[in-house]
Design a protein around this ligand. Structure first.
Ligand code: ZN
Length: 301
């Protein structure tokens, strides 16, 4: 598994910062923001501000004086060597750069340096949590960000809460040299991907994977095998890649979940990856499905 990760960087993983767990008291954060070396990346409506050289634009935290900063305020992402790195969610992006320079991570993800993509994804997920979870689940009072945005505290009962990560199983089902791919409702023509589904309470990853494949495509499977995982910041999933072997091969799709599901040969997939075939639309590089197919191609070479 480590070899695969070394050969194929897992998109949205590979954050190189020290998260600075012992630097998160309010007075420490203030001192870090005032350091000359401090920098902040900018997020606007879940999009990342891209600057020169195609990397996330960085400003000094003091450049934000006089501008509106959206709640929860600055996120402290950690230390890049001696340099503190923050993320700001800005209300008026044009104060810093043209609004069109703020780009969705879905669109640009494959072009960013892996560590930049990981950092931007983490900031995006944390902001999404703060924007949606604004009240205490115990007493309903408002919560405020603490420890540089990695937790919240209730202003009523004082309870602390932490960002949730939602586990999703994503499955590559094989039948000899064939692989099962499906198309969700409303996807573009030709788009096909690995089947995926949320893990339910009381299920192991492997059980969820087998249940989802049976429910969505009518395929019984055996020998589920965990391959690798990927953070997916839309808004905060953890995609867990599982490979399984088909027991039966007749597909019965659940039309509520899928528009289509089909077997593709290894040659079909290889041709798509080598850009000489169009059996299906090549998946964006930043998706784990793309990486799972690459992994399968490598494993079966
Ligand atoms: Zn409370």
């Amino acid at each position: 598994m480590t070899n695969i990760q070394a050969n194929f960087p897992i998109p949205f993983a590979g954050d190189e910062l020290d998260h600075g767990e012992h630097l998160r008291e309010p007075e420490q954060m203030l001192a870090l923001m005032q350091k000359t070396s401090a920098r902040a990346i900018l997020i606007h409506k879940g999009k990342i501000g891209i600057g020169a050289g195609g990397r996330p634009h960085r400003i000094h935290p003091s450049d934000l004086v006089g501008h509106d900063l959206m709640a929860p305020g600055p996120l402290f992402l950690g230390m890049e060597g001696d340099r503190p790195i923050f993320a700001f969610s800005v209300d008026k992006p044009e104060a810093f750069m043209p609004e069109q320079n703020f780009v969705s991570l879905r669109g640009i993800g494959g072009n960013l340096k892996p560590s930049d993509l990981a950092l931007a994804g983490r900031a995006k997920s944390l902001f999404a949590w703060h924007f949606t979870d604004k009240h205490c689940v115990s007493c309903g009072n408002k919560t405020v960000a603490r420890s540089g945005g990695i937790k919240q505290q209730c202003t009523g009962c004082g309870a602390e809460s932490f960002p949730r990560v939602n586990p999703v199983a994503i499955m590559l089902v094989t039948d000899g040299d064939r692989v099962l791919l499906g198309r969700g409702a409303g996807w573009p023509e030709g788009a096909m991907s690995a089947l995926a589904g949320f893990i339910s309470p009381g299920e192991s990853i492997e059980e969820a994977a087998q249940r989802e494949v049976l429910e969505e495509a009518g395929i019984k499977t055996k020998n589920p095998r965990y391959v690798f995982s990927q953070p997916w910041p839309f808004p905060a999933q953890l995609m867990m890649g599982i490979m399984l072997e088909a027991v039966n091969t007749d597909i019965t799709i659940d039309p509520k979940e899928l528009e289509d599901a089909r077997w593709f040969t290894r040659e079909d997939v290889l041709a798509v990856y080598e850009k000489r075939g169009e059996a299906f639309m090549r998946l964006p590089r930043q998706t784990i499905a793309h990486q799972l197919l690459r992994h399968w191609l490598a494993e079966t070479a």
